[in-house]
Design a protein around this ligand. Structure first.
Ligand code: NAI
Ligand code: MG
Length: 788
């Protein structure tokens, strides 16, 4: 009686612990020791490491550290299972996914408790967010499996997918990886993160119990080197990774040239923008979700608060008041807001970052009170007095630490928001719909939440811009990431080019030619920085002209010009279409001249190639205003507008075959979608594209949208690949050149497409459609709530 009266008085929560008996019983039934799940069977435990409960340091189970041989066995099982699984009717695969979803729902509480014990996240989150989203993901993808043939005609699964996931949402990330892979007909080898393998192992048992054909899902536990063994296994067709940008880059480099499919979902430092007209109390609640959900160990955490100066003081005061009420403690307690971080090493990492930030001038606010001392607990923290260069502003902290800065104008908010190498998510709060919808498209992020935050759904794609990775998970885009065109398997290796019969060139030989083709940069003809030209020979080795020998400096100028023409992306698609129609028309006027130029360089009759090039320009003019997004209806009062956006600056390196058509086929879809381009034409037959700048000049093409740099394609491709101002790079050429491009693109994780020495026949109409359009774009999902 007395006690209840006291509670009324203090309004304190009493303890509300969730029982752990079922999870413990399951662990006991396995003797708390696990091997891998390979080919539908459990292997004996090998060399093991402990999985612990970070809230109290107790060991939960011994997990096997997978060896290269274990990975190999799993890949073999997945390969053997692939034939049967991919041949099943989509309906049959859908039924398995549906059965998995049902089993997860049935055992939801067991999964949630086990997740909380292994990871330290509050039971409120594992129970109400993680596990329901897992079930939703399997249901949603059961439907994709059923409708695969009609929705993705001509597409085929990759084969064996290697999937490597992090520890922040162990089961949810497993679902995001396994559900689409299986729906598309792939088989998988998945490695959970070393801190949190248990729910993946429980999931394996679900696969066993629903009678999933053996080998379709294989779970191999282990640390980073086990992951690396999956990445480097020659019989894995696609890698899907979620984790740190650092490891993502290692994986990009490791898979370069392998032809493996790759999707990367990496880190973030997402802005949380509060405008002065926002509903401040809602924005505070949203902020709690944004940065303290899962202790801030969220790739899309709204970890950078940007608040308008006029309300800064008031808003920060509200945040501090709210922070005083956040409850840190036993994650199995149902009324806990903030649980334990995943492991001591993460606690240390965060403390180190905080020390560095403070040394650089940051001021840290923490609420009063103590956190439990015997687990991985940290107080929520609010960091102020920071400039954009402060470590805490620039680095992904991956902990309960919010950094706050202010802005004056919407322009400044956008500039600050985008001032990061990451681009995963962004949140903005304003009661003014015009302002919100003006800002959302300007944020360089794969997901934008308006007046809400951390919303996820299986029907809505999720994934990053810039160094937050590429590829999407969820929705139609997520399915596409597990499928490839069926025709790709029939492409043959390109025949080696015939050597030029030219005599060693005397640099003075070209002197008598009255015309040396210039490069084209920023809408102006440009002489090469090197001061040298390259000869262009005819089929018999005769000199037919010269082009500039471009170098690093020319590429840098061209990229700068392309970046300053970024306004092209904001021009109406209709206007871009008009320019492309005009280009087609003007090229057609000069078809004879272009055909003759092709003939002079290659010896082939160029008539057909010019006609196809004109047609290709028309085709993409037609596409410019049609390659649209979608509006998704997630199960809440919100819509998610999936907007198709350009990548930015795209480097295009064309091959020597069909020097006009191949270059135009890369250029047209790129600019139709609003990208700007730096084009490196064929090294050997560069004159076709240097002639083309005259067409550009007569077609109302804004300067800087198309830049042409001639020279040695390989070295220019390398410069483009290494340039952080280039967002995408397409390379047609040798297998070695392709591998080089993929490897050198690691710096800013630009998206690449390479022909890998294969003979892509761009005369085929399939290249006049969505094949290149999808590569020229990325999808941004803007979540917009409705209702009062
Ligand atoms: P991590 O990126 O090393 O781990 C993610 C997964 O990759 C784990 O399964 C790990 O075993 C595996 N892995 C590690 N090295 C590998 C390699 N060379 N090849 C293949 N797989 C490999 O992340 P870690 O070290 O656990 O966390 C460090 C920091 O990374 C965090 O503090 C956070 O900043 C960031 N991180 C970001 C995540 C995100 O979703 N954005 C998720 C996890 C970590
Ligand atoms: Mg653990």
């Amino acid at each position: 009686m007395n006690k209840i009266a006291q509670i009324f008085d203090s309004l304190e929560y009493g303890p509300a612990p969730e029982a752990a008996d079922h999870a413990n019983a399951w662990l006991d039934s396995k003797n708390r020791s696990f091997g891998h799940f390979i080919d539908g069977k459990w292997t004996k435990a090998g060399k093991t490491f402990a999985s612990t409960n970070p809230a109290n340091g107790t060991k939960l189970a011994d997990i096997t550290d997978g060896t290269a041989a274990d990975v190999d066995a799993a890949v073999k099982a997945a390969r053997a299972a692939f034939k049967g699984w991919s041949a099943l009717r989509g309906y049959e695969r859908g039924k398995y996914l549906y059965a998995i979803a049902r089993m997860i729902q049935k055992h939801a509480r067991l999964f949630a408790v086990l997740e909380t014990m292994d990871n330290g996240k509050p039971i409120r989150e594992s129970r109400d967010a993680d596990v329901p989203l897992v079930a939703r993901h399997f249901y949603h993808h059961a439907g994709w499996a059923i409708h695969l043939d009609t929705e993705f005609p001509g597409m085929t699964p990759y084969g064996v997918c290697g999937q490597i996931i992090p520890w922040n949402f162990p089961l949810l990330m497993l679902a995001w990886k396994i559900a689409p892979a299986l729906a598309a007909g792939n088989t998988v080898v998945l490695k959970p993160a070393e801190f949190t393998s248990l729910t993946a192992l429980l999931f394996a048992e679900i696969c066993e119990r629903v009678g999933l054909p053996k080998g379709v899902v294989n779970i191999v536990t282990g640390e980073g080197d086990t992951g690396a063994a999956i990445v480097n296994h020659p019989d894995v067709d696609k890698i899907a990774f979620t984790g740190s940008t650092e490891v993502g880059k290692i994986i990009r480099a490791a898979t370069a040239g392998s032809g493996k499919g790759l999707s990367l979902e990496l880190g973030g430092k997402s802005p949380y923008i509060v405008f002065e007209d926002a509903d401040l109390d809602s924005a505070v609640e949203g902020l709690v979700e944004a940065i303290w959900f899962n202790q801030g160990q969220v790739c899309c955490a709204g970890s950078r608060l940007l608040v308008q100066e006029s309300i800064e003081e008031r808003f920060i005061a509200k945040v501090k008041t709210r922070m005083q009420k956040l409850r840190v403690g036993d994650p199995l307690d149902k009324s806990i807001d903030i649980g334990a971080l995943v492991a001591p090493v993460q606690v240390e990492r965060i403390k180190d970052l905080m020390k560095r930030g403070v040394a650089e001038g940051a001021v840290v606010y923490e609420p009063d009170g103590q956190v439990p001392s015997d687990g991985c607990f940290l107080k929520p923290a609010l960091v102020t007095n920071v400039s954009p260069a402060n470590t805490l502003v620039a680095e992904e902290i991956f902990g309960p630490v919010l950094v706050a800065m202010s802005f004056r104008t919407p322009e400044e908010a956008v500039a600050l928001a985008n001032n990061t190498r990451y681009g995963l998510a962004a949140t903005l709060w304003s009661e003014n719909i015009n302002l919100a919808l003006d800002i959302a498209p300007r944020l360089k992020a794969g997901v934008v939440w308006i007046n809400g935050t951390n919303q996820f759904d299986a029907a809505v794609g999720f994934g990053g811009y810039k160094e937050s990775g590429y590829g999407r998970e969820g929705g139609c885009e997520g399915m596409s990431a597990y499928l490839k065109p069926l025709w790709e398997k029939d492409i043959k290796v390109a025949a080696a080019a015939k050597p030029v019969a030219a005599k060693p060139a005397n640099p003075l030989d070209g002197g008598h030619l009255d015309q040396t083709a210039k490069m084209y940069i920023g809408g102006k003809q440009a002489r090469p920085d090197s001061g040298y030209n390259r000869p262009v020979h005819g089929p018999k080795g005769e000199l037919v002209g010269e082009v500039g020998d471009g170098n690093r400096k020319d590429i840098r100028n061209a990229v700068e010009a392309a970046r300053s023409a970024a306004g092209w992306a904001n021009s109406a698609a209709h206007s871009r279409a008009q320019v492309l129609y005009f280009l087609a028309e003007n090229l057609d006027y000069r078809r004879d001249e272009f055909a003759a130029r092709i003939k002079a360089q290659t010896g082939e009759d160029g008539t057909e190639e010019v006609a196809l090039s004109v047609e290709r320009l028309f085709a993409f003019a037609g596409w410019a205003d049609k390659f649209d997004g979608a509006v998704h209806n997630p199960p809440m009062r919100a819509i998610a507008a999936a907007m198709v956006e350009p990548l930015g600056v795209v480097g295009l390196v064309a091959s020597d075959s069909r020097p006009l058509l191949n270059a135009i086929s890369l250029l047209a879809p790129t600019i139709a979608m609003g990208n700007t381009a730096v084009l490196v034409p064929s090294s050997r037959h560069g004159l076709s594209m240097t002639d083309f700048y005259q067409v550009l000049e007569t077609s109302d093409m804004p300067s800087g949208v198309v830049n042409i740099v001639t020279g040695d394609s390989l070295s220019l491709a390398k410069t483009l690949a290494e340039h952080d101002g280039v967002d995408g790079l397409w390379f047609m050429g040798s297998a070695e050149g392709s591998a080089m491009v993929e490897k050198a693109s690691v710096g800013n994780l630009k998206q690449t497409w390479t022909s890998r020495g294969l003979d892509y026949d761009l005369t085929d109409p399939r290249f006049a459609g969505d094949y290149f359009l999808s590569k020229a774009t990325q999808v941004k999902n803007v979540w917009i709530p409705y209702g009062a």
